[in-house]
Design a protein around this ligand. Structure first.
Ligand code: ZN
Length: 217
């Protein structure tokens, strides 16, 4: 019986500790939410080499930092899907699915039907936070442009092109507008020259080979 007596002050100090813990957790979560407004989580085919990621993430970060595409968040967190831990808290998440061999800029020619390089999905009138990039088609579109380039230049061109398609689709998601503009990143058809243009040179010489398309389904 006597053992119940000292448990009262203990209980109230426990409550204080719990409250302090809760407040510090809330502080951590609100800080996290501010630190990463958007998180782009990338999924790629299993056979894709790890060498894809570093140049790709640098190209995206560089692109967003140097070019003002009108996106409110120019420093999103970039993560591979296998880096996400269960229960991890994020701000807004956008999933990016890379289809085909995004790590191999030059690929054997396979006749492909004309189609988009990237797209987003609209469900019940709302553009969903999922971006698809077709690397098999991209590699073919870039083939003539990357001819004569070194392997390093080629993967740089591929990373740049993926970044441009990603930004194009991300704009559709943030604006909830599937429309296109006549010039710039939101053109319905991005030429190969525009796709591989490094930041600050997006207004590259106009290439009339309209064989590349960034569009939604
Ligand atoms: Zn589009």
């Amino acid at each position: 019986m006597a053992c119940f007596a000292p448990s009262r002050p203990l209980a109230s100090s426990r409550a204080i500790i719990r409250l302090a813990l809760l407040l510090s957790l809330l502080a951590v979560f609100s800080f996290k939410a501010q630190a990463a407004e958007n998180t782009l989580v990338f999924y790629a085919d299993k056979q894709v080499s790890d060498t894809l990621w570093q140049p790709l993430f640098s190209a995206i970060q560089n692109d967003l930092a140097k070019e003002d595409y009108g996106l409110s968040d120019r420093t999103p967190q970039l993560m591979r899907s296998n880096e996400v831990f269960p229960g991890e808290e994020f701000g807004r998440v956008i999933e990016v699915k890379l289809l085909g061999r995004c790590d191999v800029p030059q690929q054997a020619y396979r006749p492909l039907k004309p189609g988009p390089l990237g797209w987003v999905l609209r469900v019940h009138g709302e553009i969903q936070p999922y971006i698809y990039v077709d690397c098999t088609r991209m590699a073919q579109v870039l083939d003539p442009t990357t001819l004569g380039m070194s392997n390093e230049q080629r993967s740089r061109a591929m990373s740049q092109a993926i970044s441009h398609v990603l930004v194009h689709e991300w704009i559709h998601i943030t604006t909830q507008n599937s429309g296109h503009t006549e010039h710039g990143i939101s053109e319905a058809q991005l030429t190969a020259a525009t796709l591989v243009a490094e930041p600050r040179t997006t207004q590259a010489p106009i290439d009339n080979t309209q064989n590349s398309v960034a569009d939604e389904r």
